[in-house]
Design a protein around this ligand. Structure first.
Ligand code: NAP
Length: 337
């Protein structure tokens, strides 16, 4: 019998989530049945979209159930198996994070090649995180040679990949926005941005005008609100905006007002297009091949912010919503460190 500690949704938040919305629970797991595996999770991902799943509201993905374990991306080691394709000792990625052990149907586990990337990168650059940047900048708001590109939440998981990718795709100038001097320095020193905006200093339109005096062609929007408004204010004719996320509003208790300059998008024939990474999974093989090469030759630089222990997973999640992470926020689990 395996005892697994897991994080349950104890209550739904109003506004910003709090530690009391989560509960640590010890559960006895059944032995894996025919076609199943027992996985000891070593790493799990915490992501902004999980905030939406804490609400009992219809969306593109079902709400988390009250009183049950949360779910999310994880990587682990197979410790027992009754599925030939997923042997004991394999490293697998799957979707039953927020727990130390998981019993999984083999079909729900993907064996990953840890020789091409670390488990951390398997949950970051090589996962839906990296794919989001790739799909946004190749399909939703494609970067063309010579473009000026703006990325928000630029020091985060998606943003740190997106800036480097924009350069690979031919951008002439890549501008990132992030919160605080530590992160803006990282944008310039590590993630290859040409200019960095610290939005916490205020006057976003003024800072953007200074960083991009001629305006921008592409904007990857992870934030919404004031960032989207400033980007529309700076966009050039024919510009493209990938609406990837709107984290500035995820904890809002009342809907935030929309940008008041949308007619500028009409007058400049700008494309504003939403995207969900799940609609671009066909790009996964292409992206993984490309990202693995870029990681191997050092062209793509990634960082992780690591929190240890399942009991601290809620802290890691609250941290990602408030900007405690640089690069991908991950939780390291168990003895496999
Ligand atoms: P992340 O950027 O690693 O972490 C979130 C970051 O958002 C924080 O580190 C924080 O950085 C920033 N932030 C928080 N509140 C903010 C505010 N009010 N204004 C500006 N920045 C704020 O997370 P991620 O996983 O890479 O996700 C980034 C965005 O992409 C999110 O909006 C997420 O929902 C979205 N996303 C969408 C898809 C899709 O399929 N559409 C897939 C993946 C991710 P600072 O310290 O810089 O504030």
């Amino acid at each position: 019998m395996t005892v697994s500690r897991e994080i349950h949704l104890a209550s739904r938040p109003a506004g910003s989530p709090k530690p009391e919305n989560f509960r640590l629970v010890a559960t006895e797991l059944p032995e894996p049945g025919e076609g199943q595996t027992l996985v000891r999770n070593t790493w799990m991902s915490v992501d902004p979209y999980m905030r939406g799943r804490m609400d009992d509201a219809p969306s593109y993905i079902a709400p988390f159930a009250l009183g049950a374990a949360l779910e999310g991306g994880a990587v682990g080691e197979v410790v027992a198996s009754r599925a030939g394709a997923v042997p004991v000792g394999a490293t697998v990625s799957h979707f039953l994070g927020w727990r130390e052990y998981a019993v999984l149907d083999a079909a729900a586990a993907t064996v990953v090649d840890t020789s091409i990337a670390s488990p951390a990168d398997q949950l970051g650059a090589l996962s839906t995180t990296g794919l989001t940047a790739y799909a946004a900048l190749t399909r939703t708001a494609p970067v063309r040679g010579g473009d000026v590109v703006l990325v928000s939440a630029a020091a985060g998981a998606v943003g740190s990949v997106a800036g480097q990718l924009a350069r690979q795709l031919g951008a002439s100038r890549v501008i990132g926005s992030a919160g605080g001097p530590h992160k803006t320095k990282k944008l310039l020193d590590v993630f290859g941005y040409d200019a960095a905006i610290d939005y916490r200093r205020g006057d976003l339109p003024g800072q953007l005008a200074q960083a991009a005096p001629e305006g921008i062609d592409v904007y990857l929007d992870a934030v919404g609100g004031d960032h989207l408004q400033a980007a529309i204010g700076a966009i050039r004719p024919g510009g493209r905006i990938a609406m990837v996320g709107a984290i500035s509003g995820y904890n809002a208790t009342h809907p935030a007002p929309g940008p008041d300059n949308l007619f500028r998008a009409a007058a400049r024939e700008v494309t504003l297009r939403g995207m969900l990474v799940s609609s671009h999974f066909d790009l996964f093989p292409e992206w993984i091949g490309r990202a693995a090469r870029l990681l191997a030759d050092g062209t793509l630089r990634t960082e992780t912010t690591v929190v240890d222990g399942i009991e601290r997973a809620p802290d890691a999640f609250l941290g990602v919503l408030s900007g405690a992470n640089t690069g991908k926020m991950l939780v390291r689990l168990g003895a496999q460190r």
